[in-house]
Design a protein around this ligand. Structure first.
Ligand code: ATP
Ligand code: MG
Length: 246
């Protein structure tokens, strides 16, 4: 039982979700450590979505609504925290969810697949029955991607992703949208759009913006994309942290 008066109440709740996902065979040991790294940066940014990040989430929504074949790439951490939001976004946009794991085991894949099946996701890729092709220059079990999924995608959503994979996917000249609380990570730097926010806050807002702009004129969305600069977004995120302690 967590006391509601605790100043880190929300944060402790999410820690419990992470521990539960670990027990349920969804999250690898190192996923717990990655969560801790995220918590550190969330502490620094003040555990809230900044105005800068709200703008970035809006731009991310514009990308999803103007690209032909987006894919949502999910791992254990994303599944542990926001599987319902992922399922919702997949449904609204009618796009696949592709499982990709750093510590891939047949059992973990099955457990994650079951989560999305239960949530009614229509197209779940990256399972052991899929047809795969390797990501160029990337070794290990994360390298294979679904031929019909990430391989053919023009936009890949890679929340909470490691920098090696992000760099190799970005090199394929696909648009990359990610969520990463660390504005200095290689994932943050190499992506097209980096949402510097906790995924638990970013996903509901992303869904809200996708719904808001779904009927909007494409030219208006493309204009928002044109005016966006990811480097500036990351500079703003770092300055927002510094300003808190001035
Ligand atoms: P990189 O490899 O990109 O240079 P890294 O090695 O720190 O950085 P990983 O630990 O492999 O990256 O990936 C996890 C990333 O996800 C971390 O940057 C961490 O800050 C971020 N992260 C963890 N939990 C969350 C969360 N709840 N919301 C958003 N980001 C998170
Ligand atoms: Mg890394």
């Amino acid at each position: 039982m967590i006391n509601k008066d605790h100043p880190r109440y929300q944060s402790l709740l999410y820690r419990e979700k992470i521990v539960e996902a670990h027990k349920n065979g969804i999250l690898a040991d190192s996923g717990m450590i990655a969560h801790g790294r995220g918590e550190t940066f969330d502490y620094l940014i003040g555990e809230k979505t900044t105005d800068n990040s709200k703008n970035t989430i809006e731009v991310a929504a514009c990308y999803f609504l103007t690209r032909k074949r987006p894919v949502l790439s999910v791992n254990g951490n994303t599944t542990a925290l926001v599987s319902e939001d992922i399922a919702e976004l997949s449904k609204i946009l009618d796009i696949p969810v592709e499982i990709n794991l750093y510590y891939r085991t047949p059992e973990r894949i099955k457990n994650i697949e079951a989560v999305y099946q239960k949530l009614g996701v229509k197209e779940i890729l990256g399972t052991d029955d899929d047809d795969f092709i390797d990501t160029p220059d990337l070794n290990g079990p994360r390298s294979p991607v679904s031929i019909e999924g990430i391989n053919k995608a023009d936009l890949i959503f890679i929340p909470l992703e490691d920098g090696d994979r992000a760099e190799k996917l970005a090199a394929l000249k696909k648009d990359i949208v990610n969520v990463d609380l660390n504005p200095l990570s290689r994932t943050a730097i190499t992506s097209t759009v980096t949402i510097v926010d906790n995924i638990v806050r970013a996903m509901p807002l992303l869904i809200e913006y996708v719904n808001k702009y779904s009927e909007c004129d494409k030219d208006i969305l493309l204009e928002k994309i044109k005016n966006y600069d990811n480097r500036k977004n990351l500079d703003n995120a770092i300055h927002d942290i510094i300003k808190r302690f001035e």
